[in-house]
Design a protein around this ligand. Structure first.
Ligand code: FA5
Ligand code: MG
Length: 422
């Protein structure tokens, strides 16, 4: 159906982002709440858990280049096309990604920089950055999070493959002594094939190097957890699909009784390396989520806490070691419901609703749930009901304050989307 841009009413003609001005257009969907996050760069803040985790992973890869200052503003071409995303990939939709205008967006993943870093001539590198995705609101989803991309490429000839074999032998030896149990999948299969231009033996060697290298990283990150006692660390490899790698894998780690998805990875598509002007190389890449790992390692229960400026949060951490977060008291929740009819033929995506709430409430919103949805059989209009849970992490919030925010949410829904409150 027809879709109204969230900022169609009173959209400024340009936006200032990180010191530069950019024109807006009909796809602009950046909100002030998101714009405010751009300069914060938590992964480079002294003593911040994300910075400490970045440093820990970097020290596991001492001979890799370590990059962490690339701008989040990229072209959709760089975020998607250069990485072989099809034209109709859902990630391109304005409901899923933040656009400054049709030619400029906030990167949705650190893979957006693969081509430029390979083009610079880097063979082994890590890149840490803030990434942006329009998403639901709950304790483990936030529209800004941090990823680390890692990649290693070898010359695609006998000498390069010898280097891979030697590194595999070294890593195998290291892992053989460790208390780790790995559930593996084949390096190559019918559903997870090598690329046509790759010798399957070379592809296997590179996939094996990827797996060994990441198993070793998982040991560094999770191997020391004392709560496991003498039980081994469990890591599981799963077949995956990404447009820019083949074969592709995801890694899950068993932690406190649950399997947790940590990263995506695979053998880099040759098209990426050709575009980067290094056609005679082959190798692997991975992208991991830093918040996911930090929430586990530090026992941080809510993803909003990473953005907290409360001394009771910040003062708990140092650059030197990973410590367990000591929660301070939880303040009461304030639940507010809103029910409305959307105008005929207009789609209001859940992510549109969530961005309105984030813009009004900032980090005072803990989660948002759709509790009802139906289409009127005669008028064909859609009725939606959302429940917003307002709760501060730092202080007690009054019912009046929650009511005031909810009133603002309601009036923005009316102004920007033309909804009719029920
Ligand atoms: C990617 O973003 C790929 N670029 C990863 C990749 C890199 C694949 C290189 C192949 C080669 P994905 O969307 O699954 O994939 O995200 C990767 C990791 O980021 C996830 O495993 C998870 O740890 C983290 N992540 C993804 N979405 C979120 C989210 N909403 N909040 C927090 N962490 C997230
Ligand atoms: Mg995934």
């Amino acid at each position: 159906g027809r879709r109204l841009s969230a900022l169609a009413h009173g959209r400024p003609s340009s936006l200032e982002l990180l010191g530069n001005r950019y024109p807006t257009d009909s796809v602009t969907n950046l909100t002030p709440a998101i714009i405010a996050k751009l300069p914060l760069r938590l992964h480079t803040r002294p003593s911040h858990p994300l910075n400490t985790l970045r440093t820990l992973i970097e020290s596991h890869y001492p001979d890799f280049a370590h990059l962490s200052s690339l701008s989040p503003l990229v072209s959709p071409y760089k975020n998607f096309d250069e990485l072989s995303f099809p034209q109709d990939h859902p990630g391109r939709a304005v409901t899923d990604s933040y656009y400054v205008n049709k030619d400029l967006m906030l990167r949705t993943h650190t893979s957006a920089h693969e081509v430029e870093v390979f083009r610079r001539g880097e063979d082994k590198w890590l890149l840490t950055a803030d990434v942006y995705r329009r998403d639901e609101i709950d304790g483990s989803h936030y529209p800004v999070f941090h990823q680390m991309e890692g990649a290693r490429i070898f010359s695609a000839d006998a000498a390069g493959m010898k280097e891979v074999e030697e590194d595999n032998a070294r890593l195998r030896h290291h892992l053989a002594q460790a208390n780790i149990v790995i559930e593996d999948v084949p390096h190559i299969s019918v559903s997870n094939p090598n690329q046509e231009t790759h010798d399957p033996l070379h592809s296997e060697l590179v996939a094996q190097n990827l797996k060994l290298s990441l198993n070793s990283l998982m040991l560094t990150l999770f191997g020391g957890a004392s709560e496991r006692g003498s039980a081994p660390l469990r890591v599981r490899w799963i077949e995956a699909y990404f447009p820019f790698t083949s074969p592709s894998f995801e890694v899950e780690v068993f932690f406190r009784g649950k399997w947790l998805e940590i990263l995506g990875s695979g053998v880099v598509r040759q098209a990426t390396l050709d575009t980067a002007n290094v056609p005679n190389k082959m190798g692997w890449a991975f992208g991991l989520g830093l918040e996911r790992i930090a929430m586990i390692l530090y026992s941080i229960p809510d993803i909003r806490l990473f953005w907290s400026t409360d001394e009771r949060f910040i003062s708990q951490f140092t650059d030197r070691e990973i410590t367990t977060f000591q929660p301070y008291s939880k303040y009461p929740s304030c639940f507010k419901d809103v029910s409305f009819w959307t105008p005929q033929g207009v789609t209001l995506h859940e992510n549109d609703f969530c961005d309105v709430v984030r813009d009004v409430a900032g980090d005072l919103v803990e989660d948002v749930k759709q509790i009802d949805s139906f289409i009127h059989p005669k008028t064909n209009r859609t009725s939606l009901c959302y429940r917003v849970n307002y709760r501060s992490m730092d202080r007690s919030m009054s019912n009046e304050e929650a009511n005031e925010m909810q009133l603002q949410v309601v009036s923005r829904l009316q102004e920007q989307f033309g909804v009719e409150i029920r």
